[in-house]
Design a protein around this ligand. Structure first.
Ligand code: 3HC
Length: 334
């Protein structure tokens, strides 16, 4: 049965088999939703379902690709060969996630070029979290521990999304994200066993990232415009606020093991709720970053556009090679 974890407006309506107003395609779609089944690329789907998924999957793909930058800038400065190899693999994984996700979006009839163009024109969103700087090596560890940790919390439920190609892409992505989270925690643990200067560096990085990470889950449920419909369609399974709460509860325990303090004086266990209370999130700051006025928005977009332009010759060479192969195959077949 199709479930909904929260009391979000727009709950599921039962399918009425006697209702002849709906087209057979719509009736089939509704039945799949009702049975919590999967919609595949070749299946009929309502335009709004397609539009919502293209929006979400492409924003997700852009986040993975832009997300390569804050850590990528540390590859040449990692403190050891081992850390460099790990970081290199991680950043490459993020690039791969972007590619699976663009491919999943393409199954809905939009081209990767269109999506990338929208990003480069500043029309498409990507996650707020990648608009913050990484001034120290500890920031790289904190991205792994907290940013990837939050990403996993948000993305595990997406493995059960009703759109098959997205759900299947998410399974592989989540497996890789787990490695990313562990490597970040491990890097921080090493620093916390080191000198006082290293410990201070970790604490300062945690102070910088904690609040932006909580914002990653999106606006609070009452302000989330898409949640109601996304729940109905089995795209979203757990609400923004519920995921944020799960993340806070899990992270408090991990912070104790690391020996860092989470920078929130209001963070405390609430015995009645069996969950942690936490302080107010600065939503104005969140929307400023989402709308392009974060510390690194301009830099991130400019770097992305330049990388795309610098790579034009690779795309041209690949197309020329593919055309040559196709011509050869045609000649052989003739
Ligand atoms: N950053 C930027 N925009 C955000 C945001 C964030 N952290 N959170 C929400 N928004 C935007 C939404 O995209 C929406 O804008 P739109 O109408 O222009 O598309 C608006 O704020 C309202 O938010 P809603 O809650 O109504 O939107 P959703 O129902 O789509 O929920 C979401 C937002 C939870 C982020 C959901 O889209 C989602 O789960 N997306 C897939 C996961 C994803 O994209 N994660 C991004 C991080 S990827 C990552 O971290 C990479 C890893 O390698 C570390």
């Amino acid at each position: 049965m199709y479930t909904q974890s929260l009391d979000i407006p727009g709950g599921l309506q039962p399918v009425d088999p006697a209702n002849t107003d709906v087209s057979p395609e719509q009736a089939r779609f509704d039945a799949v939703m009702q049975a919590d089944g999967k919609i595949e690329a070749q299946d009929w789907m309502p335009d709004a379902y397609r539009k919502t998924l293209i929006r979400q999957i492409s924003q997700h793909a852009h986040s993975e690709i832009i997300g390569m930058q804050p850590e990528g800038n540390w590859i040449s400065r990692a403190p050891s060969l081992k850390r460099k190899a790990i970081l290199l693999a991680k950043v490459q994984d993020e690039g791969g996630h972007g590619l699976y996700l663009y491919s999943a979006a393409e199954t809905m009839g939009v081209s990767r070029d269109q999506l990338v163009e929208a990003l480069h024109a500043g029309k498409a969103k990507y996650s707020s979290i990648f608009n913050y700087p990484t001034p120290t090596w500890a920031d790289v560890g904190v991205i792994g521990w907290l940013v990837d940790g939050a990403a996993i919390m948000n993305q595990i439920p997406l493995c059960r999304c009703t759109y098959g190609p997205y759900a299947r892409a998410m399974i592989r992505i989540c497996k890789e994200e787990s490695f990313h989270q562990r490597q970040g925690f491990d890097a921080l643990l090493s620093m916390m066993r080191g000198t006082q200067a290293q410990k201070d560096m970790v604490q300062q990085a945690v102070d910088r990232w904690w609040w932006p990470v909580l914002m990653m889950f999106g606006p609070s449920d009452k302000d989330s415009i898409h949640s109601g419909q996304s729940f109905q369609w089995g795209i979203k399974r757990i609400s923004n606020d519920d995921l944020r709460q799960k993340f806070v509860d899990a992270t408090v325990e991990q912070a104790k093991i690391l020996g860092v303090t989470l920078p929130d004086p209001d963070l405390k266990w609430n015995e009645e709720r069996k969950a942690h209370d936490y302080g107010a999130i600065d939503w104005e700051a969140f929307w400023r970053v989402v709308n392009g006025d974060g510390p690194c928005n301009k830099e991130r977009l400019a770097t992305r556009v330049k990388a795309h332009e610098d790579g034009a010759w690779v795309r041209e060479a690949a197309l020329a090679h593919a055309a040559k192969q196709a011509a050869r195959a045609k000649k052989q077949a003739a």
